[in-house]
Design a binder for this molecule. Structure first.
Ligand SMILES: Cc1cc2nc3c(=O)[nH]c(=O)nc-3n(C[C@H](O)[C@H](O)[C@H](O)COP(=O)(O)OP(=O)(O)OC[C@H]3O[C@@H](n4cnc5c(N)ncnc54)[C@H](O)[C@@H]3O)c2cc1C
Ligand code: FES
Length: 257
């Protein structure tokens, strides 16, 4: 698929928000989906060869957004793409978050893991679900899009490790105080945060879905580079491809180590 970059906004030294016009993509995308983006600056270059995976952060009127953090070659090239340029990306890939008419849910995000949760918050809000957000970052620079989340969330708890924004500490602390309120938890962020959140959910018997950011090469199920280990109904460990059977998994079934 191809689309026009209508905005590539620098939010701070680390984060960018790119908005892309593509009616076709928007019509297919559901909360939880990701896409593989071509980060080559010119069509005649093949470097970097591999496309980069990003979650769908938001969709609106024929446009979708990706929130990305600068890591290496691919994301640095993305940050240089000018408004008006054409960009290439895959169809929406992977599975999606599941929703079973729960009335009160918690979203738990860490750093750029917040990206797919905005699209999910909007979707759940439109289904009349009461959504609370628990958002953790290392510093104030990692806390983004709060005004957007306010449109869809009843209550927002922010934590940072330095305490400059929100409460000082980690996001599982405020979550643990309120956890009994929730019928379901959705989380995305660093693995340690996802593991701690899943443990809390299991201990309180609350269903939890987590979206994993495994390193990906093909994004299509062919290279087996993104394997995740999960327990089946019999408690046996199975291998799943994060790009096809994920990126969303039952947090209670993941083998974290
Ligand atoms: C399903 C999914 C959704 C994601 N959503 C987002 C998002 O919304 N926003 C965002 O900023 N990042 C997201 N990521 C992580 C993002 O793909 C990497 O940060 C990005 O690919 C780094 O590319 P790079 O060239 O800058 O870094 P480099 O380190 O130079 O990349 C080298 C290779 O490793 C892969 N890679 C590096 N880090 C990761 C990672 N954490 N996950 C997967 N592959 C990685 C790259 O794709 C590339 O093939 C997501 C990852 C996955 C799997
Ligand atoms: S990235 Fe190739 S199988 Fe998942």
């Amino acid at each position: 698929m191809k689309g026009k970059v209508v905005n590539n906004l620098m939010l701070n030294d680390k984060y960018y928000l790119m908005e892309i016009e593509s009616e076709d993509f928007v019509n297919k995308a559901k909360p939880g989906h990701f896409m593989m983006v071509k980060a080559q600056q010119y069509d005649y270059l093949y470097d970097p060869l591999l496309r980069r995976p990003f979650g769908v952060c938001d969709i609106e009127r024929g446009r979708f957004k990706i929130l990305y953090v600068l890591i290496g070659k691919g994301t640095n090239l993305l940050s240089q793409i000018k408004t008006g340029s054409q960009i290439e990306f895959s169809e929406p890939l992977g599975n999606t978050f599941k929703f079973n008419n729960e009335k009160t849910v918690a979203l738990v995000g860490g750093g750029v893991g917040i990206a797919p949760l905005l699209f999910l918050a909007k979707y759940l809000h439109n289904q009349d679900v009461l959504v609370d957000l628990y958002y953790g970052g290392k510093t104030e620079d990692d806390i983004l899009l709060i005004d957007e989340f306010k449109k869809y969330c009843q209550h927002i708890e922010v934590t940072t490790e330095n305490g400059k924004v929100g409460k000082k500490g980690i996001v599982t602390s405020p979550l643990s105080e309120n956890i009994k309120k929730y019928e379901k938890i959705y989380a995305c962020g660093p693995k340690r945060m996802l593991q701690a959140t899943s443990t809390l959910a299991i201990n309180h018997n609350i269903p939890i879905e987590v979206s994993l950011d495994e390193r990906m090469a093909c994004g299509m199920g062919a290279c087996l580079g993104c394997l995740v280990y999960v327990k089946n109904d019999q408690g046996e460990i199975e291998q799943k491809r994060c790009c096809v059977e994920g990126p969303v998994f039952d947090g209670a079934r993941i083998v974290w180590e």
